[in-house]
Design a protein around this ligand. Structure first.
Ligand SMILES: NC(=O)C1=CN([C@@H]2O[C@H](COP(=O)(O)OP(=O)(O)OC[C@H]3O[C@@H](n4cnc5c(N)ncnc54)[C@H](OP(=O)(O)O)[C@@H]3O)[C@@H](O)[C@H]2O)C=CC1
Ligand SMILES: O=C(CO)COP(=O)(O)O
Length: 320
């Protein structure tokens, strides 16, 4: 059995895909009311509407019900992970923990695997990331993801366990690179949404995505990630997806900023807190991240879109 902590859109979609592939899946939500609703309707209408939970998915608000699961997927927003994990660390002893969240913890500047290692020392962390909208996974559309783990034997086991007929998992030994790609692409996706929302054009978006990739790679390499990881599914692949699709919440928030419109604060948009964390991290390391800094300032309403565009276009000319 595999357990999934967090019954949001992504946790539910992964549970559905794995169960369709024949795995027994325990889906844990913190809210007993939501669990009762899901158990009765066999759906998660609040987070992943219109998708039926296969028979192989068991829902519960008690993690003890899934004590038999050797692998636990963590699928809550990044800024909630430390709290959620800290509350359940003792119950999770002996399991492999696979982070499915994309972001950097604003309080500690840690990514998901670093956070797991600190909050639950002794547990083996891995990360599952890459271009994949929850709705696509749940519809059974073909999706490829990266499973990154520092321990090659555990990584191979998880790759096998988490593969399903329409879920193709590639293995990586670079969790730092994989998690940084997934975190950083959300920041660039907000900027891409701003460009489109403000009517700055497709050419400007292509330039922004390319320079965004350069910026992502600069920080990731400075922190010790591998260049080939950034060029893979978890970096470039996910960057392309989220910067070009209105299915992306990060892109849609950017569009709203570009148009001068509001955005529902209840929607999970990982790039906002992560942009602030990235700006801090980059300043600490002396890495230049003009796009991330611009997204941070825009999200905090410290500059206007016109000022941001002007500031980026008037930077000193440089080599590519
Ligand atoms: N949606 C997508 O297409 C994809 C999402 N991801 C990543 O997955 C992560 C989760 O996103 P997503 O599922 O979309 O988010 P949603 O907004 O759909 O759901 C978030 C879920 O997290 C739960 N949650 C929040 N805080 C806690 C907590 N402290 N303990 C337990 N559960 C908690 C919420 O429960 P409650 O309702 O009780 O608040 C809710 O079920 C993000 O990092 C995202 O980047 C990755 C790939 C694709
Ligand atoms: O990470 C995702 C797709 O890979 C989902 O993107 P959003 O969080 O922007 O919706």
């Amino acid at each position: 059995m595999i357990a999934v902590m967090g019954a949001g859109a992504f946790g539910t979609a992964l549970a559905v895909a794995l169960a369709r592939g024949g795995q027994g899946v325990g889906l844990w939500a913190r809210d007993a009311g939501q669990v009762a609703e899901m158990a009765a309707s066999r759906r998660n209408e609040r987070r992943l509407p219109g998708v039926e939970l296969p028979e192989g998915v068991t829902v519960s608000a008690r993690l003890e019900d899934f004590a038999g699961a050797q692998t636990v997927l963590l699928a809550m927003p990044m800024q909630q992970m430390a709290g959620a994990l800290g509350a359940h660390c003792a119950a999770l002893q002996g399991r492999a923990l696979v982070a499915c969240s994309k972001g950097i913890d604003l309080a500690t500047l840690e990514g998901p695997t670093g956070l797991i290692a600190r909050v639950c020392p002794g547990l083996a962390p891995a990360i599952l990331t890459g271009p994949s909208f929850a709705a696509d996974i749940a519809r059974g559309l073909p999706t490829a993801l990266t499973l990154a783990c520092a321990d090659p034997a555990l990584g191979a086991r998880l790759q096998g366990e988490l593969s399903a007929p329409t879920l193709r998992i590639y293995l990586s030994g670079d969790p730092l690179g994989a998690e940084l790609g997934g975190a950083l692409k959300n920041v660039i996706a907000i900027a891409a949404g701003v460009v489109i929302g403000a009517g700055l054009g497709e050419s400007a978006r292509a330039a922004l995505v390319t320079r965004g990739f350069a910026e992502m790679s600069r920080l990731a390499l400075a922190l010790g990630a591998r260049a080939e990881t950034l060029a893979g599914l978890s970096g470039l692949g996910d960057l392309v997806l989220t910067c070009t699709s209105a299915q992306s919440r990060n892109f849609r928030l950017g569009q709203a900023l570009g148009r001068g419109e509001g955005f529902d604060p209840a929607v999970t948009v990982e790039g906002v807190a992560t942009a602030a964390a990235v700006s801090k991290l980059a300043a600490q390391r002396g890495v230049e991240m003009p796009l991330a800094d611009m997204v941070t300032a825009l999200c905090q309403h410290k500059i206007t879109v016109a000022e941001a565009a002007e500031a980026l276009l008037s930077r000193p000319l440089k080599k590519e």
